[in-house]
Design a protein around this ligand. Structure first.
Ligand SMILES: [Zn+2]
Ligand SMILES: [Zn+2]
Ligand SMILES: [Zn+2]
Length: 139
């Protein structure tokens, strides 16, 4: 993320110190993280938002398609910047999340979405993830 202030202006979101800090953290980490992990890093940067406002912040970022959520089967939620849309492989054993290049898949999904739209439905998003065991857990 080049310029956070500019980015927020484009998205018509208010620039608050907490919001900027959250985006800076996401942008420097570059992988899916949990809210509690985000909270830990925020504390290190002298921010101490309460859980409710932190959840609300994340919710806003998700609604604006700035952050995407990845929900594990055990319902733990991970979040990461949606710099470019992609899908994940999630290890059922150690819960490690791998970001995948799914551009080929995207075309197929878009054609499914197009058909649904033709049938009168409206699509706000799609969620596809791959589950199994990672290399370390398999051997
Ligand atoms: Zn694993
Ligand atoms: Zn990812
Ligand atoms: Zn997709």
């Amino acid at each position: 993320m080049k310029n956070i202030s500019e980015f927020l202006r484009e998205k018509k979101l208010k620039k608050t110190p907490l919001r900027v800090a959250i985006l800076e953290i996401f942008s420097s980490i570059q992988k899916p993280i949990t809210i509690s992990y985000l909270e830990k890093i925020l504390h290190q940067h002298q921010f101490s938002p309460n859980q409710t406002s932190l959840y609300r912040q994340i919710e806003t970022l998700v609604q604006h398609n700035i952050v995407q959520s990845i929900i594990l089967k055990n319902s733990t939620a991970y979040y990461e910047l949606q710099a470019h849309h992609h899908h994940h492989f999630i290890c059922e054993k150690c819960h490690i999340i791998t970001c995948l290049d799914t551009q080929d898949l995207e075309q197929t999904l878009h054609s499914v979405e197009k058909k649904l739209i033709e049938q009168g439905m409206s699509i706000s998003s799609h969620q596809v993830s791959f589950h199994g065991k990672c290399k370390t857990c398999t051997f």
